[in-house]
Write a protein that binds this ligand. Structure first.
Ligand SMILES: [Zn+2]
Ligand SMILES: [Zn+2]
Length: 355
């Protein structure tokens, strides 16, 4: 039984781990898995190749990745600049920035987990280029690359894609992480994330997969049941600084991780995935260690983790599961995607029939 509070060193907050509560009665809503039959092309999908989007712009007839400026940006050059000044202590400013969409594949029905390692590596290179391009623009302080995946996190279009918000401010989580990491470097002379990696390796129970230069684990202080961190072993402040061999290892580890998540319940595993990169605000961020955080909203098949009193009301997380147990579940999963296995099985069955 794990029942304790754990310190989250990157967010500087306590997480209540109360794993004995996970079998408590539940009469509420569950999430239906998506239907498995999705076609590779959908005529009214705004992301499929050559389709016309609602803005009237036409997608390229692309064959690998495709990038375009978001037609409904939350930050953009067109945001009003002549703002009415609020009264008293309130402040406002123009919602300046650049919002983009990156399609991973021309195929509507492929998820990131199903892409080949070389395709994932190609995508990582696209992310590198986008980061370098956007981070160098005047007025941009941060580049947030993220993917919302699955209906459970509000995405109804399965076409594999992510979004990029290049903003005139630094997102709160990254602002906290970068401040904490610089303070740690100043106080100890060490990189905080390296000490996390050392602690995870010393324990070993929460590591899901690793290779020469990349590692994936559910951290000791995880807030969500299947919250996975994926990081290069060398410290780099952003993805852009990874060498090609590191990118390959990183792509391999990401693939291995996503396949295991999908295999766990034999369903596309919903998640919010965010690249945590140092702010692009011109300051020194040598204490920052680039990593990806995956926040899957499910704690059991079809059962959502609701953010309620402790999380929304109080701001700290209550976790009903022990990271050690969840990591062990994922470690035992196959590295071959269940859909590939089914296809292999069907092909075998058919060849037997014809033979
Ligand atoms: Zn599509
Ligand atoms: Zn982080």
């Amino acid at each position: 039984m794990t029942w304790e509070e754990r310190w989250h060193p990157l967010r500087e907050e306590w997480v209540i781990v109360a794993a004995h509560r996970q079998d408590r009665p539940w009469n509420g809503q569950t999430v239906r898995p998506q239907p498995t039959e999705i076609p590779p092309y959908v005529a009214d999908c705004y992301l499929c190749p050559s389709n016309t989007r609602i803005s009237g712009k036409q997608n390229d007839h692309y064959s690998s990745t495709f990038i375009f400026d978001n037609d409904h940006p939350c930050v953009g050059a067109d945001a009003p600049v002549d703002l009415l000044q609020p009264k008293g202590l309130y402040r406002n400013r123009p919602a300046q920035g650049i919002a983009r969409v990156v399609c991973y594949s021309p195929l509507h029905n492929l998820s990131l987990a199903e892409l080949q390692v070389c395709e994932i590596q190609n995508l990582l290179q696209v992310w590198q280029e986008q980061y370098v391009d956007l981070a160098s623009r005047p007025g941009i302080s941060h580049v947030l690359i993220f993917e919302n995946n699955g209906e459970a996190v509000g995405v109804s279009n399965p076409h594999p894609h992510c979004q990029i918000y290049a903003t005139n401010f630094v997102f709160k989580t990254i602002e906290t992480e970068s401040r904490v990491c610089e303070q740690y470097l100043h106080d100890t002379g060490r990189i905080l994330f390296q000490d996390i990696l050392t602690a995870e390796r010393d324990d070993g129970r929460r590591i899901i997969c690793e290779n020469d230069s990349a590692i994936a684990f559910i951290p000791y202080f995880a807030r969500y049941a299947y919250e996975v961190f994926l990081a290069p072993k060398q410290s780099h402040s952003s993805l852009a600084a990874l060498a090609n061999s590191e990118l390959r290892d990183f792509a391999e580890t990401l693939k291995c991780l996503l396949v295991r998540l999908d295999n766990l319940w034999r369903m596309p595993f919903p998640y919010v995935m965010a690249l945590h990169q140092a702010p692009a605000d011109g300051r020194d961020h040598s204490g920052f260690h680039f990593h990806i955080e995956l926040h899957p909203p499910l704690r059991r098949p079809n059962l959502l983790k609701y953010l309620a009193g402790p999380e929304v009301g109080g701001g700290n997380f209550l976790s009903d599961t022990a990271p050690e147990e969840k990591a062990a579940e994922l470690r035992t999963q196959s590295e071959v995607h269940y859909k590939t296995k089914t296809q292999l099985h069907e092909t075998k069955g058919e060849s037997r029939k014809t033979a």
